[in-house]
Ligand binder design. Sequence first.
Ligand code: CTP
Length: 401
Amino acid sequence: MSALQGKRILLGVTGSIAAYKSAYLTRLLVKAGAEVRVIMTHAATQFVSPLTLGTLSKNPVYTDIMDAGQWNNHVEMGLWADRIVVAPATANTLARMASGICDDLLLATILSSRCPVLVAPAMDLDMWAHPTTRRNMATLQADGVRTIPVGDGELASGLVGPGRMAEPDEIVAFLEQDLTANQDLLGKTVLVTAGPTREALDPVRYLTNHSSGKMGVALAEELARRGATVHLLLGPVDLRPVHPNIHILPITTARDLLAASERIFPDCDAGILAAAVADYRPATEAKEKIKKTGNNDTLSLDLVRNPDIAATLGKNKKPGQILIGFALETTNELEYARKKLTAKNFDFIVLNSLRDEGAGFAGDTNKISLVFPTGDPQPFDLKSKTAVATDIVNALAALFK
Ligand code: CTP
């Protein structure tokens, strides 16, 4: 039986020549047992008739928020769907999705939805390679939108290269895989700390670090995708993962992070502490902006130790609770990682060395080793932070067994 059996699929069709394939896609989805509703943009209706898609989906096709004086309820449609698939997704639609524009029924429905959204881009190779499209795709990916990879081949323009919409059977296979994604963490609740902390010096200045939050956010997404409920305590970064299983709690200082962690962790099955916590904060936060004084060329700051969230949670860990930490080191990596593992009562620690190219804060890749209380460290290759998140979550899932 197909994983699509009984699933509610909202198919968005936008104005690309590849829209002709959406008729066959609709047919395949229905054949696999899905309930299919189609929303088309106006441009899409130039390429394929709503009558065709309506007949194949066995449901009326919608184009406008208002149809013949009747309101098409985008909120209801957004909440109805188990998956939204935009195929073909034009550069224009992807740009509108990336910026939150909702000037038609499809975009308003996507914005109102809570389910995973998948896109099958279709455009000419130069449009696909354009920095604007790259930027929009990165934004969508960060928002949790899944991309069905484009094909490489002859395009409607006559040019040859990447940009073709995936074939309908590939889209169906991608959806089936997406729907059967491993749900091995269903019923588990996990605390994830991510991003930097920010410690105020005065009303305009603060101490912080280079953490981008990408690794922690990728972990939250992987955990959520596998069925876990995630409490993501997120320092000041722009990333905002969108998934119904992820509950984001923004934090600013190490003390905020400690208070939220101590409140939430007791009810969690595991904690993954990926936040780059400032070890020290200014001893006092000046009420007014600190001014230059006299002719002094130097200024000394008094700093005091911040609480160690990991050590606090590790000390109070209940039997069966799992705690995972990170160690970002520049020298004596393994020795320092092992010390932290013991001192903070971690079940394992994720070691990354700034000496490894591609590892660390800002980039999209990471190179890690997992260090356990006993045995040799487990090294992994340089991978995307998403793939690294899968490796870490696999190791966590193994401890639950
Ligand atoms: N950590 C924490 N609270 C802190 C400092 C660190 O929860 N105040 C957590 C981090 O999230 C990470 C682990 O502890 O999972 C190790 O962090 P790191 O900064 O490498 O360790 P420190 O103990 O601060 O050691 P040092 O700065 O001396 O290397």
